[in-house]
Design a binder for this molecule. Sequence first.
Ligand code: GTQ
Ligand code: FE2
Length: 374
Amino acid sequence: MTEAAAGGRLDIRPSSPAREEELYRRLGAEQLVPLWTEIGDLMPAEPTARGHAHLWRWTSLLPLAELAGDLIPVERGGERRAIALANPGLGGRPFATPTLWAAIQYLNPGENAPEHRHSQHAFRFVVEGEGVWTVVNGDPVVMRRGDFLPQPGWNWHGHRNAATTAMAWLDGLDIPLQSWLESTFFEFGAARVDGDDAPMRSRSERLWAHPGLRPLVSGAPPAATPLLAYRWEHTDRALCEQLASEDDGHPATAEPGHAAVRYTNPATAGDALPTIRAEFHRFRPGASSTPRREVGSSVFQVFDGEADVHVGEATWRVGRGDLFVVPSWQLWAVRCDATGVDLFRFSDAPVYERLGLHREQVDSLPTEGRGGVP
Ligand code: GTQ
Ligand code: FE2
């Protein structure tokens, strides 16, 4: 103790730049960082997303996937001809958002993507084309336009194109999340996925795709969905009937002119995948969404139609196949004019909900999510 008076807190000295510098040097040498220089970065008043609001045009993606189809074989080791969306705010890593992977995958006629399994949860969504089937634990699942095909982590899967035309589709996985969480495991399986034919309905659908009917199989309900194909005919009919119900004066829509559904695990009614939420949204011509912001990030793909989309500072006119990212806590809204729009969306919402970190704000009026911190 030098200048400090006994018993008081008077040892606050006028700062000495030389001694301060010496402190920072010694902290650095010991791999230590003080809070007081970092607090603005570490504890902002609200989330400041590193990922940007960004749009990828289908008309740019598809020709590049086709070119990769000419040049790059699908082989053991590389595993998949998949091209990932790399968010410009995330340092060139193949991450669409800090938690979500989104890629266009492409398979030529006759090609096989070898079997493997990994801890990452995955899904396919088909915006156009057909002819590929994905084999999950020996269950061949055909893929067609509008289908949502989840593949929970640690299930064996490979893909096969036995058709005469190439096919492209969207892959969504939690690769970035599991990369940060250091939870990734991976194993090679069979080198080929054989066969010339696949049934129109997979074994998983024959067991699990009967509305409101759960097979009385023994054991605990599967944590991730046992249903491996959510067919377009069901999604389309659900949305048509929501809008028809609104016309009949019994509104059951998310908001006027906006029908929406979530893909759920038929055994639990929770999200189809533990770390990824998937939804389908249909806006009538002239409809728009209430601007909202949510904690956590999303990727959207336009399935059909056109709309003006606002995300943060950005505004885009989007059309079929286009993909865009909504970063955490950025305001987003969809506006339709004479054309309506169909949007597929996936997000990391289940992670935030499970951790009690979910929050959203609608039209600037705060609404706390369950478990949200006040
Ligand atoms: O199809 O199994 O886009 O394992 C990334 C990783 C697709 C797949 C991706 C994968 C796959
Ligand atoms: Fe995979």
